[in-house]
Design a protein around this ligand. Sequence first.
Ligand code: FES
Length: 109
Amino acid sequence: MSQEITLHFKTSDNKLHTVDATVGESVMETAIKNDIDDIIAECGGSLICSTCHCYLEDATVAIAPEADDAELDMLEGVAAERQANSRLSCQIIVTADMDGHTILTPDRQ
Ligand code: FES
């Protein structure tokens, strides 16, 4: 049976959405399943669109694997401001230790 944790999405309209997330799925998939409109994910996670841009809080940065070169390349094309904590949510896999973490989403993709 798959393990569920709680994730929060703080969207650009300043609303906090609390959702169930399945360990092993991506943050992008979690957002799409839960109608988080700020995440578009045009390419469905193939790392060719940059429309799944999100920002990670420090606690998540500390445990998430670093972005690889392909993700860093795609981050150069994000529509909203790129920040040090910018990531593509299709490349972030939900892990059990992300329980209770908050993902921030930009105002445009
Ligand atoms: S969904 Fe297209 S790059 Fe993440």
